[in-house]
Ligand binder design. Sequence first.
Ligand code: PRX
Length: 606
Amino acid sequence: MKGATTNICYNVLDRIVHEKKLGDKIAFYWEGNEPEETTQITYHELLVQVCQFSNVLRKQGIRKGDRVAIYMPMIPKLVVAMLACARLGALHSIVFAGFSAESLCERILDASCSLLITADAFYRGEKLVKLKELADEALEKCREKGFPVRCCIVVKHLRRTELGTGDSLSQSPPIKRPCPDVQISWNEGVDFWWHELIHEAGDECEPEWCDAEDPLFILYTSGSTGKPKGVVHTVGGYMLYVATTFKYVFDFHAEDVFWCTADIGWITGHSYVTYGPMANGATSVLFEGIPTYPDVSRMWSIVDKYKVTKFYTAPTAIRLLMKFGDKPVTKHSRASLQVLGTVGEPINPEAWLWYHQVVGAQRCPIVDTFWQTETGGHMLTPLPGATPMKPGSATFPFFGVAPAILNESGEELEGEAEGYLVFKQPWPGIMRTVYGNHERFETTYFKKFPGYYVTGDGCRRDQDGYYWITGRIDDMLNVSGHLLSTAEVESALVEHKAIAEAAVVSHPHPVKGECLYCFVTLCDGYTFSSTLTEELKKQIREKIGPIATPDYIQNAPGLPKTRSGKIMRRVLRKIAQNDHDLGDISTVADPSVISQLFSHRCLTVQ
Ligand code: PRX
């Protein structure tokens, strides 16, 4: 209705507490990196904390429409921070805490965020991540580029036991492992401790009423040009879409304990850790750690500990755990499990069957959910118990979703077919724009086939009408369920002084699904060595983040190009796989580079 107003924070908290009378229901069981670190937070407690933190943000000058960057570990305060922004109508831009300082800086600048929320440090498995240090580096870079962020709010997380009992998290037992003395540098006038600001804040805060089409958040996703796109979702449509997909795709019931293992820094975490479950008043698990720490049965021990009923993870995690056999799974009961979900990349039938037979003991339907940062929520998915499954197929569209498969000329293919996956009509959760660049939104998604939303994925429809995603058909790679563009990795490589040119292709990987295989041409006077490849990997980690670390880097004195100078990635992919069946190579300007590259292939993972 035109002129109607709403607020998503109100809907996932105030409405649940006051109208649904679920204030005492647990919103999140928090499980820290160490199994002994646990706490829980009810809807009412969360509402109070969100109101307090909204007041803090308001006092710092944050108003409707402002952008706030969030760079935090998987802790309840991350949920508090994002919901406080939503309460004020400010856009949160959450940057996954595995991204580098450079990536954080790029995202802060792109959306001109006036405030950053971060934490001192945290552990992911054995690895200590000094988040504040990275945040400082990012803010320094922003200053150098003429954009000083005026406020940085820091959660004392690693050293939280110093806070005493006033903080809800510090009620959990102290961390067992020795807590390193992480030195934190402090910028007076810019840095503020969360716990100090919250101390003075009132615990009531009227939400900022928003139009359904007001922007809710920005979340960056890789773009094929190399520059990440700030995907913008809006309040009304996104709220409706994540609430509905959560309810039907996971067959939600009030007594469920839901666990989505994704980090909130990705869209899966936004939609199915925070907004979707909370809009339904669900109880969820929020997990800070990783599946292999302290051992490879961690996931299943958490399932038993909280009696998880619905479990949602990525194929890469399943493939990783599969390697360790059935025992770490079967030694835990898992009797509570009812529905299993996957997301992020195509699931190979072998992993699907292991998930179904071993993890789900053949009792639990699997929902293979295909969707994207841009779609806000599930697009193709089975409904558990109702849709007959086929291992590896995301099956059919969700309610109101109209997929089509097009050929290269843009004609809709009927029946059994393979081609470009597109959607013929909008759905409530569709992204509304690329932040600050609406033209890019139109060209990326609507230009190739006018009248359709183009996913960038290939897809096959079988004789029974089931959809099978065949993978990206643009210059994107999917590493462990995370999208990367070849262009962003290539530009990080060529920034190294020794590199004249780089070409990156996708290469199959047994656990990650795909990995990066890089071809690099050196500048005159440099030699290829393991020192250089280590430097290049470091450079990529610093420019993008550890997820983009290549598995292979090969010396390429020349690259196969067309006469017009376009690098032939199709040929490079074949070389990486030692597949001599190259198809038509008549357009290669200098075919001799191909045999040269075959003879220099990387035979081992570096
Ligand atoms: O290629 C598809 C793959 O992940 C891409 C979207 O990535 P992102 O925006 O990072 O969002 C990931 C989480 C929603 C898609 O274009 N993808 C996602 N889910 C599936 C999938 N591929 C096959 N099957 C899936 N279930």
